[in-house]
Structure formats: C-alpha cells, structure tokens
Design a protein around this ligand. Structure first.
Ligand SMILES: [Zn+2]
Length: 253
C-alpha cells in the first residue's frame, strides 16, 4: 500500500542485511520503493537493486555533496543509466549550503547541467535543497519544462506555494514528526491531495518513535499516520494518495 519515494538502500548502512531488509518490505505493506543515486557509483548500485527486486526502481544523479568529485563523463554516465527502464528520474540533485561539502559555484554548475539533461531526456528530477532556496528557485526557473519533486521538504509555507505553482511536487520525510519541527504541520495541512509524496530517506531521517535508529521503508507508516492526523484523514488514505501521486510522477504502471 505504501510507496517509499526516496530510500537509499544502496547505502553502506545496509551492508550486512540489505537483501533481507528489502525482501521483507512487501510484507510490511511497502508496495514500491525508489532508490536515488548520490553519485555514479551509488546510481549504478541503485539500478542493480532495481533489477533484483521488481518493486524497486532507481534514479541516477549526482548529489551536491559529491559535485566537486564528478569526472568528465558524469553526464554521459547518467544519460546511459537513464536509458534503462528501471531508472525513473534524475536524482538526487540540487544544492546544499548547510554542509557546503562542494563549493557553491560547483554545486550550481553540476545542478544546472543535470537539469539541462533532464530537460533533454524528458526525465523528472528529485531535488535536494538545503538552505539554498533562492538559488534553487532561480535555476529551476531556467528549465520550465522539467517536472520535479522537492524531497525532504524543509522550507517555508510561502516557498511551498512557489514550488507547487511551478508544477513541482513536495515530499515529506520523518523530519516532519520531530518535536522541534513547528514549520511542517501547516505545510502538510495545506498540500493539495494530488501533489505530495512520502519517503523515508532511509537510512537517515528516522521518524518518531524510532528517531536515532537506522531508518527503513517499514517506518513509512509513522509518517503516514502523522500526516493523516494533521489532514483529518486515515493513514490508508494517505497511503493511497501518495502511492497514486508517486506512480504518476515517476511514470510507474
Ligand atoms: Zn536522499
């Protein structure tokens, strides 16, 4: 019933039990998982998992943290990965001015180049935007035909309106369940039913009541319950809406 639209099962945190954890997901109510890459190596690892499990799909892209490490062939590598039918998006890509692991100028260049590739290949994008809202919106607006989702949304209510107006979807992680997160509930409440998605961002962002432990897709239910409570609907409705929105966004039958 659930679609975890963003989970890094390629992560080293799943080294010892990756295949067992993934195999247990259908019984935990997880129908679909999308594993986005952070660089070319993890994009290929995500694709390998997608080939192994029929409910897993992949995205290929270079995360802003890794922007400084790209080789000359990274765009050609992403393009080649995108030819595979199990690769449903370019991601995750974007800007991270919180950690600044790559120089901002390099982040912007690598992000814009991947947006141009998404436009040329007609692929949706998965956006990582941390404390870089203005530059993200400026680059996004240069590619008006690209469809996207802003993952792990942590911006303001006002910015969420700009994002929706631009045609992008918004996706929520377990960070909305954190007690100190006062910004999220009004944003969750205001979401149009056909424009939001849910994700664990596993192994990170573990929702309450498991905060601090390794995250996996079986914890998506806590995010759905939290959203259901705010929106005055059932967790099953949240699951159904977000499954439908995710399938439509990624073009999954
Ligand atoms: Zn992520």
């Amino acid at each position: 019933m659930y679609f975890d639209t963003h989970a890094h099962f390629d992560s080293e945190k799943f080294e010892g039990d990756r295949l067992e954890v993934l195999a247990s997901m259908p019984a935990a109510g997880v129908d679909l998982i999308l594993d986005p890459g952070s660089d070319i190596i993890t994009s290929r690892a995500a694709l390998a998992l997608a080939e192994q499990f029929d409910f897993v799909y992949a995205a290929a892209g270079v995360h802003p943290h890794e922007a400084e490490e790209v080789t000359d062939s990274y765009l050609a590598d992403i393009e080649e990965l995108c030819r595979h039918p199990e690769v449903k998006a370019i991601g995750e890509i974007g800007l991270d001015y919180h950690y600044d692991f790559s120089p901002r100028e390099v982040q912007r260049k690598v992000f814009a180049a991947q947006m141009a590739l998404a436009r040329d290949l007609d692929m949706p994008v998965i956006i990582h935007d941390r404390e870089a809202h203005e530059d993200f919106l400026n680059i996004m607006k240069q590619f008006p035909t690209v469809r996207g989702v802003v993952h792990c949304y942590a911006g303001s209510l006002e910015m969420s309106r700009d994002i929706l107006k631009a045609g992008y979807n918004i996706s929520f992680t377990g960070s909305i369940t954190f007690k100190n997160n006062k910004k999220a509930p009004p944003i969750v409440a205001a979401m149009p039913a056909d424009r939001y998605m849910i994700e664990t961002d596993a192994p990170y962002m573990t929702p309450v009541p498991h905060r601090g432990k390794r995250n996996d897709s079986s914890y998506l239910k806590y995010i759905a319950e939290f959203i259901a409570d705010i929106r005055g609907i059932t967790p099953e409705q949240v699951a159904a809406e977000t499954l439908e929105n995710g399938k439509k966004f990624f073009g999954i039958e």
